[in-house]
Design a protein around this ligand. Sequence first.
Ligand SMILES: NC(=O)C1=CN([C@@H]2O[C@H](COP(=O)(O)OP(=O)(O)OC[C@H]3O[C@@H](n4cnc5c(N)ncnc54)[C@H](O)[C@@H]3O)[C@@H](O)[C@H]2O)C=CC1
Ligand SMILES: O=C(CO)COP(=O)(O)O
Length: 584
Amino acid sequence: MGVKEQVEILTNKAMDGSLSLEQALDERLNIINCSPDDIKRFIKAHPPASRMAPGIKDLITSLQARGKAIYLISGGFRELTLPIAAYLGIPKENVFANRMNWQWDDETGMPTRLVGFDMSEPTAHNQGKPQAIARIRQRNPYNTVVMIGDGITDLEAVQTTGGADLFIGSGVVVERPAVAREADWYVYDYNDLLRTMQRYSVAMVGSGAWACAAVRMIAQNTQVDDAADEFVDDVRMWVYEEDFEGKKLTEVINTTHVNPKYFPEFDLGPNVVAVPNIVDAVADADLIVFCAPHQFMHNICKQLVGKIKPGAMAISLTKGMRVRPEGPQLISQMVRRLLGIDCCVLMGANIATDIGREQLSEAVIGYDNLDAAQLFQKIFQRPYFRVSLLPDPVGAEMCGTLKNIVALGAGMVDGLGLGPNSKAAVIRQGLVEMRAFSKALYPSVRDDTFMECCGIGDLVATCYGGRNRLVACEWTKAQLAGKPRTFEDLEAELLKGQKLQGVLTSNEVQEILKMRGWEGQYPLFTTVNRIINGYLPPKYAVDFVAGAKYHIRRPGTEDEEIVPSRPKRPAGAGGVATASMHAA
Ligand SMILES: NC(=O)C1=CN([C@@H]2O[C@H](COP(=O)(O)OP(=O)(O)OC[C@H]3O[C@@H](n4cnc5c(N)ncnc54)[C@H](O)[C@@H]3O)[C@@H](O)[C@H]2O)C=CC1
Ligand SMILES: O=C(CO)COP(=O)(O)O
């Protein structure tokens, strides 16, 4: 009988429990009697790939992609187990196996002859596997440990206090009746385990430009079918139903895979399914992405109360906030409050059409719950869309919200025909006020967040290429030309159904500034607000310090009136600030 057969017999005896592990090891030592070179030759002749049970590598890859830690506990030898672990992507610190003790050559310092085994390894003894698991549990606070194996010593893992919580017996290579009888679950094909693992279903709530650019990336990611695939291919997208050229917009999207009204240039992908009923769109979703203009979000959330799958997680891409008598509320806070689910945010310099064109863009996921953030990162991350994780969700969302006010100021600078120096002054002051205001409302907000793509990055992108900038620019030009137009009118004409966030946000933020008596501390925010509400002419966009020095008087009427803070100086005509007031 050859060495292989003799070792196999011993291994089987240890695995079916008829020989103690210590005895089996001793006998194996006598049979193997190998040198380091013999081991190298064996590994070369039998590379790990040739020794794998079918389906095990895919199963491990898939579990790791779900964030599960994988350990390899073997009654075999470390020298032979480590190459297998490397092939399976299991870190060597997660391997428990017997260590060989070698005789060392005094001259060369090299190992020469096998002389025994390190009996301090848990795997050198019976009950070694539950002991190894107990060690793992001491070092890591795992809730659940599952043992998968085909031997009695694997089954022991679940029969001993402190060991595994569940044992899945494997008959993939060899079926051992005693193991099959006792296992919590017995499989003959690792793909059975793979198939029963949960896959996450994703829903998008919103169908505007950014919602479409985002769902396109998500659909590209969910469509990938490989061992690590964690997501259901189809992504359901709630579409605020409307007619488009005589047809329902949802029907057009489902037949052409394009949203011709809000994102006309781009194919969303065959796996995006437009759904007109919001409850149907999210009912089965594990991951819910909110991306609707902020003014609609309260009504959206109210419709979803009690309709969300238990355990679902959310992320908000919406930029904006809500102001209630009891104080401000960020959109993610509203989702959390009304729906009772975790909600991260994704914020960055993310102009939708540029992302549709697959130009490099960066975003952060601001999170409280790291597991949720990592899952969302997987559905957004693309080669052209770099997503990093930021443990400051409030800071990130405040940045995304407030930069829209600054972008209005930047648009005014453009409308005034001024150059980059003036715009830089507005951007710089805007960043200062964004940070100060965020920290004043939420002291936990981090300074560094403003240096991220959700801070300075988004601010620059929006002040140069955003819709708020565009509409404010045209609004300013119309004012200067003496043919004033309203923001609503320009929004409808220029954006064709897309929504501005900056004007509403400016009014919402100003309400807070007024309530708290902070207007003077935020000269740019205050001046922009006064300009868009017709109290100051657009030129104050670059003279915001002076613009904020006017204070508001309510002379017994509902109407606000701006007057210079130093009343003795001459004021311009009427209650509306003019160039002469600026001299005050
Ligand atoms: N467009 C962009 O480049 C970016 C937008 N964002 C933010 O994403 C959020 C969503 O913006 P977009 O997707 O661009 O939308 P959008 O402004 O392009 O389109 C407006 C959307 O609102 C929907 N709508 C109209 N009336 C509604 C109602 N009564 N109830 C519910 N929905 C209604 C429309 O159907 C449409 O889907 C906003 O907060 C925006 O600031 C963030 C980054 C980039
Ligand atoms: O938030 C944006 C880019 O990140 C888009 O801003 P606008 O709404 O001004 O286009």
